[in-house]
Design a binder for this molecule. Structure first.
Ligand SMILES: NC(=O)c1ccc[n+]([C@@H]2O[C@H](COP(=O)([O-])OP(=O)(O)OC[C@H]3O[C@@H](n4cnc5c(N)ncnc54)[C@H](O)[C@@H]3O)[C@@H](O)[C@H]2O)c1
Length: 490
C-alpha cells in the first residue's frame, strides 16, 4: 500500500520485511510461474454484511481468490451461510467493531453491505483504522453522515467506492460524450423515476410482537439495530423489508436514487442543490381517513430539486423524482411506442435540453438521444467507455476498487474510480435531500381542534456548504440522526 494507513497492516509488514531483509524475499515473477500472485498483490478483505447483497460484494471483491477473505461479519448466521461456506478460512464475527479490533492488523479493506442505517458508523470505524472501504448505496442514511464520510476518506487517505455499479457502465461515458459535444444543448429539466417501492411501504407500524426466528438471539437483534432507535423484532423491519422504515432504510428514493440520479449528476457536473420540495402519497385503510405513519417511508412521492448552473451547463436545472409507479409525461420527441427510460418504463432518466431529449435506464444502460432534427442516437455495440474491467461482475466496479486499493490513495487507479466518496458523497447528499423534503412534508404539528398542521409542505431552501435548511428550522432534524446509546459516528 503506497500510503500508510494509521494502523500497521499486513501488506505494509510484507513490504517492510522485504526491505529490512535487503531484498531477500524479492523473486522475479517469471521465476514463480504464470498465474502466481505475489503476496503483496493480494488484499486481505473483510465483509460487514455477508448475506443478501453482501455475499455478491465480497465474492466479487475476492476476485476468484486473487484476494483473501480473512473475516466475515453478519448478525445473522443463517443469512451468512453462503459466504461462510464460500470462504471457510475467514473468521466469523457478529459485531463489526469487535472484528475490526481483533483483526486490525490482518485487514486491508472492507466491503460494507449491511442495511443503510449501518453504513455510516461501520464505514467511519473502518476508515479511521486506515481500511479502504467499498460501501453499498446509498452511501449513508443521512446527509451529515455522507458529508463526514467524504471528509474522512481524504483525512485517512483511503481508497473508497460506493456500490452504484452503473457508474462503471459505458452508457454513462457515451451520454457524457453526447452532452459534451453539444448534441443535447443546454439542459433545464431532468426527470428521474422508479417503480419502487416493491416491498411494503406506507403501511401502519406493526403492533404485534412475533417471536424471533430460533437462530437469532436478543444480542443479534441488538447488533442489528446498531445505532438506530430500539424497536422489538418484527419481520417487517428485517431482511430487505427494512427499506420501508426511516429507522433503518431510506425508502424508494434512497434505494434507487444513487443508481438513477447518477447519470445526470455526473454528466451535468452538479453539486449541492439550492431548493427542494416534496409531494407525498397516502394510504387508506379506512374510508376518507388517510393513515398517518411518519415512521414509515411513503407509498409514493414526487420530489423537485433545483441546482444552480454549472461550468458545463449554462442553466439552472430542475430535477423531478417520481416513485411508487408514477412516471413522467411522455415527451413529444419520443415516439409513444418507445419505452421511457428502461424496459416497461419502470425506471429511468430523461434529460431535456434545448436540442433534444437524452434518456437511459437505471445504471446508465440503454442510452439514447432523441434530437429535434429527428435523428435518434444509440450507443454502438463496440463503444469503448474505457472500462478495462468491463467483463467482470458488475462491470468490474469492485475489481476496479480492489486494484486501486493495491495502488494506494491518490494513485492513478484510485483517481480513475467512478464512484469514490469525493463523487459518491455529494451524489448521496442530493438523494437524501429528497428524503429530507419527504420527511418535512409529513411532519405535523397538532392543532387545538385535534387536526394536524403541516408547516413543511413548501419549497425548502438549502445551504449546501453548511448543510442547513434556511427557511424551515424543523427540517434540520433530518440532516442527521440521534444515535442509540453506545453508538456514534467516530
Ligand atoms: N448495488 C446494488 O445493486 C444493490 C442491490 C441490493 C442491495 N444493495 C444495498 O446493499 C445493502 C444491503 O441490502 P440487502 O438487500 O442485501 O439487505 P438484506 O437485509 O437482505 O441483507 C443485509 C445483510 O446484512 C446483515 N446485517 C444486518 N445488520 C448488520 C450489522 N449490524 N452488521 C453486520 N451485518 C448486518 C444482514 O443479516 C444481512 O445478511 C443495502 O444498503 C442496499 O441498498 C445494493
Amino acid at each position: 500500500m503506497k500510503n500508510k494507513p494509521k494502523s500497521s497492516s499486513r501488506r505494509n509488514f510484507i513490504k517492510s520485511s522485504a526491505i529490512v531483509g535487503g531484498g531477500f524475499f524479492i523473486v522475479p515473477r517469471h521465476v514463480l510461474g504464470k498465474g502466481y500472485v505475489a503476496p503483496s498483490d493480494r488484499l486481505n478483505l473483510a465483509a460487514i454484511g455477508a448475506g443478501g447483497k453482501g455475499f455478491g460484494d465480497i465474492r466479487n471483491a475476492s476476485d476468484n481468490g486473487i484476494n483473501n477473505v480473512v473475516a466475515l461479519c453478519d448478525v445473522d448466521v443463517k443469512a451468512a451461510e453462503r459466504a461462510v461456506s464460500a470462504f471457510p478460512e475467514a473468521k466469523f464475527f457478529k459485531d463489526f467493531r469487535r472484528m475490526l479490533e481483533k483483526m486490525d492488523k490482518d485487514i486491508d479493506a472492507v466491503t460494507i453491505s449491511a442495511p443503510d442505517h449501518i453504513h455510516g458508523v461501520a464505514a467511519m470505524a473502518a476508515m479511521e483504522m486506515g481500511k479502504h472501504v467499498y460501501v453499498q448505496k446509498p452511501l449513508t442514511h443521512n446527509i451529515h453522515e455522507a458529508r463526514q464520510l467524504t471528509i474522512a476518506a481524504r483525512r485517512n487517505k483511503v481508497v473508497t467506492q460506493m456500490g452504484n455499479q452503473g457508474a462503471s457502465h459505458p452508457g454513462q461515458v457515451q451520454m457524457k460524450k453526447w452532452f459534451d459535444e453539444g448534441l443535447l444543448g443546454t439542459v433545464h429539466t431532468v426527470e428521474v423515476w422508479t417503480n419502487r417501492p416493491v416491498w411494503p411501504q406506507g403501511i401502519p407500524v406493526p403492533l404485534e410482537k412475533p417471536a424471533m426466528p430460533d437462530h437469532l438471539s436478543k444480542e443479534d437483534w441488538d447488533l442489528y439495530i446498531g445505532p438506530a432507535k430500539y424497536v422489538d423484532y418484527h419481520p417487517l423491519y428485517y431482511h430487505f423489508k427494512w427499506r420501508g422504515w426511516w429507522n433503518f432504510g431510506t425508502g424508494a428514493l434512497g434505494d434507487m436514487g444513487c443508481h438513477i440520479i447518477d447519470s445526470p449528476f455526473r454528466i451535468l457536473e452538479l453539486g449541492y442543490p439550492t431548493e427542494v420540495e416534496a409531494s407525498v402519497g397516502d394510504i387508506y385503510k379506512r374510508d376518507w381517513n388517510p393513515e398517518y405513519v411518519p415512521e414509515g417511508c411513503p407509498p409514493s412521492s414526487r420530489v423537485q430539486v433545483v441546482f444552480p448552473k454549472t461550468k458545463v451547463n449554462d442553466s439552472k436545472v430542475k430535477m423531478i423524482w417520481s416513485d411508487g409507479g408514477l412516471r413522467p409525461f411522455h415527451p413529444d420527441l419520443i415516439p409513444a411506442s418507445d419505452d421511457l427510460g428502461g424496459p416497461g418504463s419502470r425506471n429511468g432518466m430523461i434529460m431535456i435540453g434545448d436540442k433534444g431529449v437524452m434518456s437511459c435506464d437505471v445504471y446508465g444502460t440503454y442510452p439514447r438521444l432523441y434530437r429535434k432534427d429527428e435523428e435518434v442516437l444509440t450507443m454502438p455495440d463496440d463503444f469503448d467507455g474505457g472500462n478495462k474491467y468491463i467483463d467482470y461482475p458488475e462491470l468490474g466496479h469492485q475489481k476496479a476498487w480492489t486494484e486501486a486499493c493495491k495502488e494506494g490513495f491518490n494513485s492513478e487507479a484510485h483517481n480513475a474510480l467512478t464512484s469514490s466518496f469525493d463523487y459518491a458523497g455529494p451524489l448521496t447528499e442530493t438523494v437524501l435531500m429528497g428524503n429530507l423534503a419527504i420527511r418535512s412534508y409529513t411532519l405535523a404539528e397538532m392543532k387545538d381542534d385535534g387536526g394536524r398542521k403541516f408547516n413543511g409542505r413548501k419549497k425548502l431552501l438549502w445551504d449546501g456548504e453548511n448543510t442547513r435548511i434556511t427557511n424551515f428550522e424543523e427540517a434540520n432534524q433530518f440532516v442527521s440522526r440521534d444515535y442509540r446509546e453506545g453508538w456514534k459516528l467516530i
